[in-house]
Design a protein around this ligand. Structure first.
Ligand SMILES: [Fe+2]
Length: 315
């Protein structure tokens, strides 16, 4: 290239920059690539490590000070301080006897998985829902929700929200309830807001009878009420391994019972009750149970399906 042309090109690029523009051929980072990049990292948070920390937070921080006394799990990928996987954040939360978490509503969709404790209930749009271990309870986009512990035990649960997706697309709205705590007008004990542990077990039994074999099972918690989050329960009995999977969906798994290990992109990660396992998009993964296990899978599969971007392959 002649020196004149080189000088002219440099001047052109500098004029692009002055207009906040860039030549597609001159871009420093590619905009397209052949298949999904594996940006977010597989990671496991162990409930045994988290629980004592939650208890210490319970002594130091009250529910007046914290709208929600929760501990979010941020993926260790560089530069990230919030999301557990690209589109979903997960957190552990504990509420002590006599405590109330005030009512609010927000555009992010949320759900919780109850780990331990009895006597706590949540009020969702005026409906009181008891929180019992193994239950999955939903608070869809813009539904009022508060939590109260009227029992004698500390209650531990996990929250999952699509907040990172809302951050990306920007439609964030949030509002505290004018009365602080919403009064419940009726009791609710079933789908579509509450998926009870005993119903999950019954669904597994029905699915096993349908298949006629003791194999790893996946059931959907449905009909789906959250537009952005798909919910599945996996049952993997001791000695079984789930079929290896690789998908464009981002997923977070929570261990409802049992123990074992996950194999994610060839690395082994041990898990047991209450643990959280981040399996970001396009990471080949399978689960092996050492004790009879049930895992909740929280994913953005429904979003990808609606947009025509849900793809999977057998790794
Ligand atoms: Fe909330």
């Amino acid at each position: 290239m002649s020196a004149d042309r080189e000088t002219a090109l440099a001047a052109l690029y500098s004029d692009f920059a002055a207009l906040n523009m860039e030549g597609g051929w001159h871009r420093r980072f590619p905009a397209l690539w052949a298949e999904p990049r594996r940006n977010f990292l597989p990671h496991v948070w162990h409930y045994a490590d988290v629980k004592p920390i939650l208890e210490r937070a319970g002594e130091l921080v009250d529910t007046q000070q914290a709208e929600r006394r929760n501990l979010t799990m941020f993926n260790p990928v560089e530069g990230n301080i919030y999301s557990t996987v690209r589109t979903i954040v997960a957190a552990y939360q504990m509420i002590k006897p006599g405590e109330t978490a005030r009512a609010h509503r927000h555009t992010p969709n949320a759900l919780r998985l109850i780990l331990e404790g009895h006597g706590t209930s949540t009020v969702v749009d005026g409906k009181q829902v008891e929180m019992r271990p193994g239950d999955v309870l939903l608070t869809p986009n813009w539904a009022w929700h508060s939590h109260s512990n009227d029992g004698a035990e500390q209650c531990y649960w996990m929250d999952f929200l699509d907040v990172p997706l809302v951050h990306l697309l920007e439609p964030m709205f949030y509002e505290p309830h004018p009365d602080g705590v919403e009064q419940a007008v009726e009791l609710l004990d079933q789908a579509p807001i509450a998926f009870r542990w005993e119903d999950t077990l019954a669904q597994f039994e029905a699915e096993q009878a349908r298949l006629g074999a003791d194999v790893p099972l996946t059931i959907e918690l449905g009909p789906a009420q959250l537009d952005t989050i798909a919910l599945h329960m996996l049952r993997i009995n001791a000695g079984q391994t789930s079929a290896p999977a690789q998908t464009t969906a981002n997923a977070i798994f929570a261990v409802v019972r049992g123990s074992g290990f996950a194999e994610i992109d060839g690395a082994r990660h041990a898990w047991s009750f209450g643990d959280t396992i981040a399996v970001p998009a396009w990471r080949a993964h399978s689960f092996h149970a050492e004790q009879d296990a049930v895992l909740l899978r929280v994913s953005d599969e429904s979003v990808l399906r609606k947009l025509g971007w849900l793809r999977s392959r057998r790794p």
